[in-house]
Design a protein around this ligand. Sequence first.
Ligand SMILES: [Zn+2]
Ligand SMILES: [Zn+2]
Length: 365
Amino acid sequence: MQIEAAVLRSYDRPFVLEQVELPEPGPGQVVVEIAGTGFCHTDVLPRTPGFMAAPPLIAGHEGAGVVTAIGEHAAVPVGTPVLLSYDSCATCETCLDGHPAYCRQFFRLNMTGRGAKGSPIVRDRGGEAVASRWFGQSSFATHVLAGPRNVVPVAEDLPLHLFGPLGCGIQTGAGSVLIALGVRAGSGVVVYGAGAVGLAAVMAARVAGATTIVAVDLHDARLETALELGATHVVRGNSDTLVEQVVAVTGGGAHYALDTTAVPRIISAGIDGLRPTGTIGLVGAGDQDLVLASSALAAGKNIMGILEGDAVPQLFLPRLIELWRQGRFPFDRLVTTYPLAEIDRAEHDAASGATIKPVLIPGKD
Ligand SMILES: [Zn+2]
Ligand SMILES: [Zn+2]
């Protein structure tokens, strides 16, 4: 079918809205008409020459919408409202062990834009293939193909257009706290970087019963938002006394920390700000080397890499939705909507920090 999609045509040019041809859904696949899709920093990685995905490509990996067509053996019927998350293979050791975020095929399925071998692919008007399996969805479009591993059926009464970010950024922040780190009641948590992922972590830390929740960022507006969402303390990330302040307000160091910045200086400070046996989770995407003294972890400290909050989307997203219904997880406060046609402005606002979580709405003028 003919759909409209925002196609990345070159590394340094804006996304271009184009009519392209979406193939028929294969076995187990569904067509989802997108109601809204989050814009995440990961979506600009294909702008980096040499990255595993390259133009021409349709990015977007926080889609939400309604199933409008199904392939053979699809698990959900036409008309089902769904959120879309990351893809996984279902059969590798880590998938079988309940950790699909660490699927052996994670990068191939999610970050090459090409998906599994033989995946149906979008073609442009000239017949050229366009990478369209980004996170098993490529949701900067009016319609996408998704598969059984990344479709999450949800209730019919949700404002679906706002809920796409649950599938990646919000899941990453909340899952890191509630699943990967397993934050316990009465503990102290420090979150480095108060963007969408970090603020989701702040909200989740409050849900978990953490009694000291520290947000660290460079932007006063974000620190203000963090306080509104449950942070008990905020610290400027460029402070010369960052570690001392963290240690002081946590009464001797944090039990848990989460770094969303991928900045080595901040990660080092995060380790220094842990109490003995504390753990820091790393979720930022960066390529700078982290250099540590060999004794940096001596006091039983731990560093944990985390993808997608180590969450199983079909289990975790319904939990977040219930918390949202109870007013305990107001992630939608982070969202600003844009028409899909204004993706360029959304990308700019996400990069500048003017918007915490842009959500693109296809067909909205
Ligand atoms: Zn797998
Ligand atoms: Zn993401």
